[in-house]
Design a protein around this ligand. Structure first.
Ligand SMILES: C[S@@+](CC[C@H](N)C(=O)[O-])C[C@H]1O[C@@H](n2cnc3c(N)ncnc32)[C@H](O)[C@@H]1O
Length: 288
């Protein structure tokens, strides 16, 4: 690979995975000690929501490349004891990969710190592929994604018996996602899906307008949770019909999670089978 062509590494790593899955998948569990650069989920904001594994790795790190304003600076101050801190925002792969590779090859402990969980809208795998292609091993350390912090704030579940049987993690159309690939209206139309919209704070008005145009019930509950788990967390609750105005009045354009569905208010659900007679009738149930 040439340093200015990470896409070649991404393609090569992807082809190799399709031909033969990585042996490490069967050798390791998330949480095991592993070789290489960990891609750590910082959690949604509150430093206490970082995992113990993440905290230990940060304490040992010499270089932490973090996701800028989405990672709470209090977390960096509290847990990155002696590390050099580099903000990844505004840096491209051509800059980030040599930075992490060279530090790792110089024997420094490197941590790549993503917000929430790196597996959700984190663009982690492309960095990992580019590093692996250059012989630098990498691995994931999961984190609490912001949808989970938002549901905790709302004191609800994302899944609720009879009301919300499924959860969609999604994002609205825009520069990255074409109109055809925006499935928010389909998820809402399914009726029993809790739709969690990332990267959509700036587009609440457009999204709600589209849902109304598509004929969805304007009274469907919607919550917008700004900075879930941060000290300045804010919760706006409304409906498809009125949430856009409320968000505009509050002035939020980024850093919020939009949740659509009846699970927002947590009403109308049926008791589950989990704590009923049904769960104890023999084995082989999906009670977990
Ligand atoms: C690039 S994505 C990263 C998501 C992250 N990997 C996660 O698992 O939460 C950034 C988006 O996540 C959402 N987000 C991240 N942290 C948040 C928080 N504390 N509260 C609400 N939404 C948050 C916002 O929708 C934001 O636009």
């Amino acid at each position: 690979m040439t340093e200015d062509d990470p896409q070649a590494a991404i393609d090569a790593q992807g082809e190799q995975r399709q031909a033969d899955l990585d042996d490490r998948i069967f050798e390791h569990s998330a949480g095991d000690d592993q070789e290489g650069i960990p891609f750590v989920g910082a959690g949604p904001g509150d430093p206490k929501l970082l995992t113990v594994a993440g905290r230990e790795l940060l304490a040992d790190a010499d270089l932490v490349v973090h996701a800028g304003s989405l990672v709470n600076s209090e977390l960096l101050e509290a847990y990155c004891a002696h590390a050099e801190l580099v903000n990844s925002v505004g840096k491209d792969l051509e800059e980030l990969i040599p930075l992490m590779r060279d530090a790792y090859e110089d024997g420094r402990s490197v941590v790549r710190l993503h917000s929430g969980d790196p597996a959700i809208y984190g663009a982690a795998l492309e960095q990992m592929d580019a590093l692996e292609y250059e012989g630098v091993p990498t691995y994931f350390v999961p984190g609490v994604t912001s949808a989970f912090a938002a549901s905790a704030t709302l004191r609800t579940q994302l899944t609720l018996n009879e009301v919300a049987n499924h959860v969609a993690f999604t994002r609205p159309q825009g520069k990255t996602l074409s109109e055809d690939d925006d499935h928010i209206s389909e998820f809402v139309g399914m009726g029993d899906v809790t739709t969690c919209i990332y990267l959509g704070t700036h587009a609440v008005r457009d999204t709600m307008d589209r849902l109304l145009t598509d004929g969805h019930d304007s009274e469907t509950p919607v919550a917008v949770i700004y900075h879930a788990s941060w000290p300045d967390e804010d919760v706006i609750v409304g409906t498809i019909g009125d949430i856009a105005e409320k968000v505009e009045d509050a002035g939020y354009r980024a850093s919020a999670l939009v949740i659509i569905g009846d699970a927002v208010v947590g009403a109308g659900y049926e008791r589950s089978y989990l704590y009923g007679d049904w769960a104890t009738r023999g084995s082989g149930t999906d009670a977990e």
